[in-house]
Design a binder for this molecule. Structure first.
Ligand code: F6R
Length: 608
């Protein structure tokens, strides 16, 4: 979704803005623009399409002088991708330039009011009302104008605003959309996320909702809506710059697939001490855990798929009922949340609009929120009672891999932690489970060594029109993720089905040559899934089986077999998913798809 960068300092702003925007490309966008204060006026350049169109237009920013500016990548919501609809938007007199990430829900009413007052609109966007509102409310003090604007607009926003009356400063504010402040030496920044400014500084402020910031080259001041200065704690990001670079890989997705052993290790190691799981990050006491009545897991997309795994694992290990819901449904279903219910919210970005709204809905019903988040200081993390961070590092490819894997790892830690507190595990079982969790990174690394096998299988099937994924219980949960991974980046239609459910309708879609990827890793249900494999084979399907080394008879029924190492039954999803990620990647690669930035998708979905 939209990305924002702002700069003030001693260097030429435009090239820094363009470079920062290039780091936000992964969020998804279809036009881009910059506004720079130069020679007492605001100069704007914007262009539909990829950032290189804007870069060409401005000779990589060199033709625009000035040392203070704001930049934007736009993912169209209100109005098609076009030069006019691209940000920054300018107020009628040209005094204000505005970049915006989010949605102004009452923009139609505001537009009408402003039009009645003589303001003329040149774009179809909701954002243009903000530029005009600034003009309308401005009486010589930009902060007063900003307060009136944010009191008037409804919805979500991260805003960067230049005013030609202020040659030495610009302002920014956020509510329910991400925005951080970067603190440099004689220069300061704002950005939608850290990756955009990591090259220049690691010192940042996280902004809370409705905190307004005034940036000068040598100072940053944050204010609340009463214009009182708010003291901010400085955070130092420990991500390496290389973490957000491709580092020789053709795609971020492959780099991130390969980073999974490290990401899982980084997530679990600090939380296992002397053979015990230590969740210092959370305040949930043993008493609280014993009192949990029911758990909801709420998330979107792949994070929701982690929740499906979580349901099976937590119910099996803790015998607490778990309901998993997609956030966009949960937020409007008037959930029945009772005293002592726990809501686990899962999100890589920590900014997903539906997940954040679902969290707020759960809170309004009195639920306690435990979130699993990758981005430190993000809105979801801030709004939760407890947060367990996944230490996956920046995930740039739109299709998640390492965030998914680290979220799974945290689910295992939570399940075992709670099971132990509930007395559901003997000390031997607990010790065994922990050592099996610790073994996961090496087992994932082992699977990654046989990438070529998946490349070969992809070469056989990249022309398929439709691919089905089937499995039971945990294998079904992973099927959901395997199918999503394939379809989102390769654009091949795919569905995931509980293997036993296929014959209640969907099996009619199986015809000669249809590929069915059958996951059968669990011991108990292996034979059941094999029966389903036989059913689809009998109807002409070609079957790729994914199973563990122990199951030798998969070869008897499936046309191709992918083997993963043995592991504790509950932990197998961490291994099963790896060949599926690789398969999706290679299929998309053979089809020549834009793997890191699939069409129509955005990395951080900050609108409903
Ligand atoms: C798919 C994918 C998405 C995200 C979903 C939630 O590969 O990445 O389905 O999982 O949009 O995003 P977060 O985790 O940021 O809330």
């Amino acid at each position: 979704m939209c990305g924002i960068v702002g700069y003030i300092g001693e260097r030429q702003a435009a090239p820094i803005l363009l470079e920062g925007l290039s780091k936000l490309e992964y969020r998804g966008y279809d036009s881009a623009g910059i506004a720079v204060f130069d020679d007492n006026k605001i100069e704007v350049a914007k262009a539909k399409g990829r950032l290189n169109v804007l870069a060409e237009k401005t000779n990589d920013g060199k033709t625009i002088h000035g040392t203070m500016g704001i930049g934007h990548t736009r993912w169209a919501t209100h109005g098609e991708p076009s030069d006019e609809n691209a940000h920054p938007h300018i107020s009628m007199s040209g005094r204000f330039a505005v970049v915006h990430n989010g949605i102004i829900e009452n923009y139609i009413a505001l537009k009408k009011k402003l039009t009645d007052k003589g303001f003329e609109f040149i774009s179809e966007t909701d954002t243009e009302v903000i530029a005009h509102l600034f003009e309308y409310y401005y009486k010589g003090d930009i902060m007063d104008a900003m307060i009136r604007v944010i009191n008037r607009v409804e919805g979500s926003y991260a805003l960067g605003v230049l005013c030609s009356d202020y040659p030495d400063s610009f302002v920014a504010v956020r509510k329910s959309s991400p925005l951080i402040v970067g603190l440099g030496e004689n220069e300061n920044f704002v950005a939608s996320d850290v990756t955009a400014i990591l090259k220049h500084t690691r010192d940042i402020y996280y902004l809370e909702d409705n905190e307004m910031v005034v940036l000068k080259k040598d100072s940053v001041k944050v204010y609340n809506k009463d214009k009182e200065e708010v003291p901010k704690e400085k955070f130092t990001v420990d991500w390496d710059v290389s973490a957000a670079e491709k580092g020789g890989y053709e795609h971020f997705m492959m780099k991130e697939i390969e980073e999974q052993p490290k990401a899982i290790r980084d997530t679990i190691s600090p939380r296992i001490k002397d053979g015990r799981i230590v969740l210092d990050d959370i305040t949930l006491t043993t008493e609280d855990i014993k009192n949990i009545n029911k758990i909801y897991i709420v998330a979107c997309g792949s994070a929701y798929h982690v929740g499906v795994v979580g349901k099976y694992v937590i119910e099996k290990m803790c015998r607490i009922p778990v309901e998993v819901q997609v956030a966009s449904e949960f937020r409007y279903c008037d959930p029945i949340i009772k005293k002592n219910d726990l809501v686990i919210v899962i999100s890589q970005s920590g900014e997903t609009a539906d997940t954040l709204a679902a969290l707020k809905e759960a809170k309004n019903h009195g639920a306690r929120i435990l979130s699993i988040v990758n981005v430190v200081g993000s809105a979801i993390a801030n709004a939760s009672d407890d947060v367990i961070y996944t230490w996956a590092g920046p995930e740039i490819a739109v299709a998640t891999t390492k965030a998914y894997s680290t979220q799974l790892a945290v689910i295992y830690l939570i399940a075992a932690y709670m099971a132990e507190k509930l007395g559901m595990l003997t000390s031997g079982e607990y010790a065994k489970f922990i050592s099996e969790i610790e073994a996961l990174p090496d087992k994932v690394a082992e699977i990654l060594k046989s990438k070529e096998e998946l490349q070969f299988l992809a070469s056989k099937f990249f022309n398929c029109r439709s691919i089905f994924f089937i499995g039971r219980n945990l294998d079904y949960a992973v099927s959901l993720e395997g199918s999503l991974k394939l379809k989102e980046i390769s654009y091949i239609h795919s569905e995931a089905y509980a293997a036993g459910e296929l014959k209640h309708g969907t099996i009619s879609l199986i015809e000669d040559g249809t590929l069915v990827v059958a996951l059968a890793t669990g011991r108990e249900l292996f034979d059941k899934t094999v029966s389903n494999v036989k059913e689809v084979k009998a109807r002409g399907a070609v079957v790729m089986g994914v199973t563990t080394q122990a199951h030798e008879n998969m070869e008897d029924v499936a046309d191709y077999v992918v083997k993963i190492p043995e592991a504790h039954e509950m932990l197998l999803p961490s291994l099963t998913v790896i060949p599926l990620q690789l398969f999706g990647y290679y299929v998309a690669s053979l089809k020549g798809c834009d793997i890191d930035k699939p069409r129509n998708l955005a990395k951080s979905v900050t609108v409903e």
